[in-house]
Ligand binder design. Structure first.
Ligand code: ADP
Ligand code: MG
Length: 683
C-alpha cells in the first residue's frame, strides 16, 4: 500500500531497540512520535575529524585518531590493564583500559576503531587512557561531525543517534512534500523538511560546512513552527473580530482634577501611556494595549486612571495580578487613590464561602466597581454587571487560557490592558502579539535615584553586614533574599529558615521576619503590613517579593547566592528598593567558587540600571536555546525548536508569512507539532 508521509506520526515504540523502558524515558524528554524524535535538534556538534598525521602533538592534547587494532594484551597482576595497539594515519598508538576492562576485551586485532581523548606522551609514544571509543567497518565509515543532544541523561547519545537514523530511514523513502514545504520553498527559498532533518542530524563536510547547513535547515523548522503558532493565534483572534466593546467616554477635566490631587506629578511616559489607553478605551471594538515599562516606572497609576474613567462611565474593571502579595498591595493603592470615586474589592485564594458569595452578588449587581483579583477568580464563574476593562498586571506571569476564561463569556467584550516589566523588543512584540497596541514607558519618576548595586563574594560578607547595619541605624529597612525556603542536605544554598537565625544574631536590635510563598495568606499579609508600617525592619524572603511589595522606606536589598538568578530577575528584585526619595542600595552576594563569567554577569548590573539594557544583555548572554525556555524571560516557552534569537534573526521573513493555506493540512501539521491550543499558550 502507498504509505503517507505521516510515518512521522508513528510512535517511537515502533522502532527496534525501544522497549517499554526506553519508551518511558523518551516520553520524559517529550519524545513520543518519530516527528518528536527528529525535531529534537542537537544542542551542539562535536568535531571528530581526525587529527592530521603531521600535526605536532603534545602531552595533554585532545586528539581524534582512527585505525586498525594490530595487537591486544592483558597485563598480569592483581589489577590487570587491557592495552590495544592501533595502527592508523597518525602512526602507531596505544590505548589503555584500567577499569571495567572486561567490557573492552572484545576489541581484538583486526577491528577498526576511532578514539577521542587526551593523549599521554610516553617516551615518544602516544597513549590514550580510557578515551571515547567507537568501532566501525570499512564499508560504513564514521561521520566526522557528530551531533550531541540534550537528553538529560535519560538515554545515551549513541542510542539517540541510532534511533534517529532508524526513524529517518523509515520515513524518508515515502516522504511526500507538504503544503508548507512548497510554500516555504517558493516564497523563502527554503529546503524541504526531509532535507532539513537530514542536514540537522547527519551533518557532512567540515565543521563550518556542517554549521552552515544546520542553520539553513533549522530555519526551515523554525518557519514551520512559528507559522503554525501564528496561524493558531490569528484564528483565535478572528473569533473576536466584529465583537462589540464599550465606548468609554473620557472626561478630561475630571481626570485632570484627579491627577492634580496625586502626591506627585506624572512623568511624560505615564502621560503618553494614558493617552494611548484613552484612545483605545474610546473604541467600540475590543482593544488590546501592552504597556511595557521598567520596574518602578509607575505603571500602576496608569491603570488606576484608566479604571477611574471606566468607573465614572458606570462600568466595571477587573485588575488581575499573579500573586496575593500584589493583590493586597494594589487593593490598598487603588482604594487610597480612588477614595469614594469607586468601590474597590479584592479577591484572592483565601475567602470563606459566604465572603465569596457576597463578592459574587456585588459584582453582578454592580456594587463593586473595581475588583483586584488573583487567578482565584478564574476558577469560579463570577459574573459582572458590566465589565468594560480588564487590566492584567505582570502579564508574562499569566497564561492566555486564564484570560480567555474571563473574556469569552460576554457578548460585549472588555478592553484589555497588559502591563509588563519585561521588555520585549518592539519588532518581536509585534510579531508575537498580533493586533496589539504596544507602548513603552521609558522614563522614571524624577524623585527616584538610580539604585547603587554592588557585587560581593561570600568571603566579604562582613562588609555587607556593616553596610546594612549603617542603613538600619539611619532608620531605613532591608530586604534579604535567599534562594530556598528550607535547607536541603545536598546543597549549600542559603535558605530563609536557617538564614533568618544568622540575621537575627547579626542584627539583634532590629526586628526580623521571614516571608515565603508557603506561608498562609493572612500571615503573609500581616508580615508585609508590619514591614510597610516599619514595625519589622528586616524582611528575610524568597523571591516572592519580586512583585508587589511597595515599601518606600526599604532602601537596601541583599541577595544571597545571587549567581542562581538570571540578571533579568535580579533586576526585578532590585526594583524593590529606590522607590521613594532615598538612595537605594543592592548587594549581590555570590559563592566564592563561582566562575569568572558568572561574576562578570553580576557585575553588569553594577554598571547598568535600565531594565531594557539588562534584558537585551541577558538575551545575548544566554544565547540561543535557553531564552525561550525560561519563564523569567517573560517570553513564551511553548516553542520546541524556536527561540527568541531565531525569531529576531528571521523577523523580516516571518512578517511576510501569509496565512491562507488550506486549513485541513494545517490542522494536521499542528497536531504533529503538538501546537498547543491557543487557550493553553502563554502569550
Ligand atoms: P511599576 O511600574 O513597577 O508597577 P509602580 O506603579 O509600583 O511601578 O510605582 C513605583 C513607585 O513609584 C510607587 O511607589 C509609586 O507610588 C511611585 N510613583 C509612580 N509614579 C510616580 C511619579 N510620577 N512620581 C513619583 N513617584 C511615582
Ligand atoms: Mg507593577
Amino acid at each position: 500500500m502507498h504509505k503517507k508521509h505521516d510515518d512521522l506520526s508513528m510512535s517511537v515504540g515502533s522502532l527496534s531497540g525501544v522497549g517499554p523502558k526506553t519508551l518511558s524515558l523518551l516520553k520524559q524528554i517529550g519524545i513520543n512520535s518519530l516527528f518528536d524524535l527528529l525535531s529534537h535538534i542537537p544542542k551542539e556538534f562535536c568535531d571528530k575529524s581526525e587529527t592530521g598525521p603531521l600535526a605536532s602533538i603534545n602531552h595533554g592534547d585532545r586528539v581524534v585518531a582512527s585505525g586498525q587494532i594490530i595487537k591486544s594484551i592483558r597485563t598480569k597482576g592483581f589489577k590487570p590493564n587491557y592495552i590495544i595497539t592501533v595502527k592508523g594515519k597518525l602512526g602507531v598508538f596505544t590505548v589503555r583500559f584500567i577499569h571495567k576492562i572486561i567490557i573492552f576485551m572484545n576489541l581484538q586485532p583486526g577491528t577498526n576503531v576511532r578514539v577521542d581523548g587526551k593523549v599521554k606522551m610516553k617516551k615518544g609514544n602516544i597513549e590514550f587512557i580510557h578515551p571515547e571509543i567507537e568501532t566501525f567497518v570499512d564499508s560504513d565509515p564514521l561521520q566526522s561531525i557528530i551531533p550531541r543532544y540534550s537528553l538529560r541523561g535519560m538515554i545515551s547519545q549513541k542510542k539517540m543517534r541510532k534511533l534517529i537514523l532508524q526513524a529517518f530511514k523509515i520515513f524518508s523513502p515515502n516522504y511526500e512534500f507538504t503544503t508548507l514545504d512548497d510554500y516555504f520553498n517558493k516564497n523563502f527559498n527554503c529546503m524541504s523538511m526531509l532535507k532539513a532533518f537530514k542536514k540537522i542530524h547527519f551533518p557532512e563536510g567540515s565543521m563550518e560546512q556542517a554549521f552552515e547547513q544546520y542553520n539553513s535547515a533549522k530555519k526551515r523548522l523554525i518557519f514551520e513552527e512559528v507559522y503554525l503558532y501564528k496561524h493558531e493565534l490569528l484564528e483565535n483572534l478572528s473569533k473576536y473580530e466584529g465583537k462589540k466593546s464599550f465606548n468609554i467616554s473620557i472626561e478630561e477635566g475630571h481626570t485632570e482634577n484627579f491627577i492634580k490631587k496625586l502626591p506627585f506629578k506624572l512623568t511624560d511616559g505615564q502621560r503618553k501611556a494614558l493617552g494611548k489607553v484613552f484612545d483605545s478605551l474610546k473604541s467600540n471594538q475590543p482593544s488590546r494595549v501592552l504597556i511595557q515599562g521598567d520596574v518602578g516606572c509607575g505603571k500602576t497609576i496608569v491603570a488606576v486612571i484608566a479604571c477611574l474613567n471606566v468607573v465614572r462611565d458606570r462600568h466595571q474593571c477587573l485588575v488581575l495580578v499573579p500573586t496575593e502579595v500584589l493583590c493586597n498591595q494594589h487593593f490598598k493603592t487603588f482604594s487610597n487613590l480612588l477614595g469614594d470615586l469607586g468601590k474597590v474589592a479584592k479577591l484572592s485564594g483565601k475567602h470563606t464561602r459566604s465572603e465569596k458569595l457576597d463578592i459574587k452578588h456585588a459584582l453582578k449587581t454592580g456594587t463593586i466597581s473595581i475588583l483586584i483579583a488573583t487567578h482565584a477568580l478564574l476558577y469560579n464563574d463570577y459574573e459582572f454587571k458590566s465589565l468594560a476593562l480588564v487590566v492584567i498586571d505582570e502579564q508574562h506571569k499569566f497564561g492566555v487560557k486564564q484570560r480567555e476564561r474571563i473574556t469569552s463569556t460576554y457578548s460585549n467584550q472588555p478592553h484589555l490592558i497588559y502591563m509588563s516589566a519585561t521588555p520585549i523588543p518592539r519588532t518581536l512584540a509585534l510579531v508575537l502579539y498580533e493586533n496589539m497596541n504596544y507602548l513603552k514607558i521609558l522614563d522614571k519618576p524624577d524623585s527616584q535615584k538610580q539604585t547603587k548595586t554592588f557585587v560581593y563574594s561570600d568571603n566579604r560578607r562582613q562588609e555587607i553586614y556593616d553596610h546594612v547595619q549603617e542603613h538600619l541605624d539611619n532608620g531605613m529597612q532591608a530586604y534579604w533574599v535567599c534562594t530556598r525556603v528550607e535547607d536541603t542536605l545536598d546543597d549549600s544554598l542559603q535558605s530563609v529558615k536557617v538564614f533568618s537565625d544568622i540575621i537575627k544574631n547579626q542584627f539583634p536590635n532590629y526586628k526580623t521576619a521571614v516571608l515565603h510563598g508557603k506561608l498562609p495568606a493572612d500571615e503573609k499579609i500581616k508580615i508585609i503590613n508590619d514591614f510597610q508600617s516599619g514595625d519589622i525592619k528586616i524582611l528575610v524572603a524568597t523571591s516572592v517579593i519580586e512583585v508587589g511589595v511597595d515599601c518606600k522606606n526599604a532602601n537596601c536589598l541583599v541577595v544571597e547566592n545571587s549567581e542562581m538568578f538570571g540578571i533579568s530577575q535580579l533586576h526585578q528584585l532590585r526594583g524593590r528598593v529606590g522607590r521613594g526619595i532615598d538612595q537605594g542600595y543592592c548587594y549581590f552576594i555570590h559563592t566564592d567558587s563561582v566562575r569568572d563569567e558568572t561574576i562578570e554577569k553580576l557585575k553588569y548590573l553594577e554598571l547598568n540600571t535600565s531594565g531594557f539594557d539588562v534584558a537585551e544583555h541577558d538575551l545575548k548572554m544566554r544565547g540561543s536555546g535557553t531564552y525561550l525556555g525560561t519563564k523569567q524571560s517573560g517570553l513564551p516557552d511553548n516553542y520546541r525548536v524556536t527561540d527568541i534569537n531565531d525569531i529576531m534573526n528571521n523577523i523580516h521573513q516571518i512578517k511576510k508569512f501569509t496565512y491562507n493555506l488550506p486549513s485541513a493540512r494545517i490542522i494536521e501539521f499542528k497536531k504533529r507539532w503538538n501546537i498547543k491550543k491557543i487557550d493553553e499558550v502563554q502569550l
